[in-house]
Design a protein around this ligand. Structure first.
Ligand SMILES: Cc1cc2nc3c(=O)[nH]c(=O)nc-3n(C[C@H](O)[C@H](O)[C@H](O)COP(=O)(O)OP(=O)(O)OC[C@H]3O[C@@H](n4cnc5c(N)ncnc54)[C@H](O)[C@@H]3O)c2cc1C
Length: 299
């Protein structure tokens, strides 16, 4: 489940209004290709012309919203078409559920997205974040990405233009990006894909607090260090440490769970405490993987 302040409920953007902003409902974006462009573009242009901040959200599974909500438009992405253009090549709307895609591709005998089977986001969110697990990453199997720019122009970007890195894609720095619309994945044939996916899911069930409310890993693993963020937090003695309703999971120390009506403020205070403790003990500065969405942003 996404980490959201309690005033927003479990996944509220499609049902509730923000305190002082507006939510565009989920029907803004529907189809892949030309028609999705025509759906995305007017909404982006509308916001841009009126200097209204906007946010394109997949499933919000990597986002921590401010307690006051987001003062602007939230576009919930529902571009969820899928076409197989040749064996192993999938062109998918950016709102398609990433876990569903992972399961389908593996079942059809293609390798590269087995890890996606356990990730509760959309294809757009996965590409934006370069989501990964079990030595696989989204960017490794991206062939091209279709985007809409702030000017409403449709662009097709090849993988070589996207500088994928650890939980990083060029989109995170792209001032001109309005929305990722569709992604083409190129996978390789494999008879072992389903079996591998089953093993990944089994490991997840054993090692992560599945079923509790979290945003997955809070911190990136530190670059250059031979140790994971979760292990550092555990060695700092912080498993089970809580601030208000937010707690470091007892199952996996890099997962912070909303166990009792956590506010965003609780979660931010917990993140800050963990960072300070790890820095003090190991002189390693942890960096957030989870995206904090502030109440107000500049257009
Ligand atoms: C239980 C659990 C397990 C997880 N496991 C993993 C894991 O193993 N590996 C991993 O990498 N992550 C993991 N995550 C984190 C998260 O699911 C991934 O980062 C996922 O890819 C985010 O997808 P989303 O659609 O929910 O993105 P959101 O949270 O909605 O958005 C994330 C960012 O991407 C931007 N964005 C989303 N869609 C678009 C779009 N169409 N166009 C432009 N920008 C867009 C948003 O504006 C935001 O900045 C986990 C989360 C949970 C809750």
């Amino acid at each position: 489940m996404p980490l959201l302040p309690p005033n927003l409920g479990s996944f509220p953007a499609r049902r509730r209004r923000s305190v002082s902003g507006h939510f565009i409902e989920q029907d803004v974006c529907r189809a892949v290709g030309g028609s999705s462009r025509t759906h995305f573009s007017p909404s982006c242009r509308y916001c841009r012309e009126r200097c209204i901040p906007f946010l394109v959200l997949g499933r919000g599974s990597n986002c921590l919203f401010d307690d006051r909500g987001f003062d602007g438009f939230v576009m919930l992405n529902r571009v969820d078409q899928l076409e197989v253009t040749e064996p192993g090549v999938y062109r998918v709307g950016s709102g398609f559920h990433f876990n569903r895609l992972g399961v389908r591709c593996s079942a059809e005998g293609f390798s590269g997205l087995e890890f996606a089977g356990g990730i509760p986001g959309t294809v757009g969110g996965a590409v934006f974040m370069n989501a990964g697990a079990d030595c696989q990453e989204t960017g490794d199997v991206v062939d091209s990405v279709e985007i809409v720019t702030m000017d409403g122009e449709l662009q097709v970007l090849r993988r070589s233009e996207l500088a994928f890195g650890y939980r990083w894609s060029a989109f995170q720095d792209m001032k001109d990006l309005a929305a990722i619309v569709a992604v083409t994945f190129r996978l390789t044939p494999s008879t072992a894909a389903t079996e591998r996916q089953r093993a990944f899911l089994e490991r997840r069930r054993r090692t992560q607090p599945i079923g509790e409310r979290s945003a997955g890993s809070v911190f990136r693993n530190p670059s250059g260090a031979e140790i994971s963020a979760g292990r550092l937090i555990e060695l700092a003695g912080l498993k089970g440490f809580a601030v208000g309703g937010a707690k470091v999971s007892n199952v996996h120390a890099n997962f912070f769970v909303n166990f009792n009506g956590s506010t965003s403020q609780d979660m931010l205070a917990l993140i800050s405490h963990v960072k300070e403790s790890v820095d003090k003990k190991f002189q390693i500065e942890l960096k957030e993987e989870v995206k904090y969405v502030p109440h107000r942003t500049q257009m």
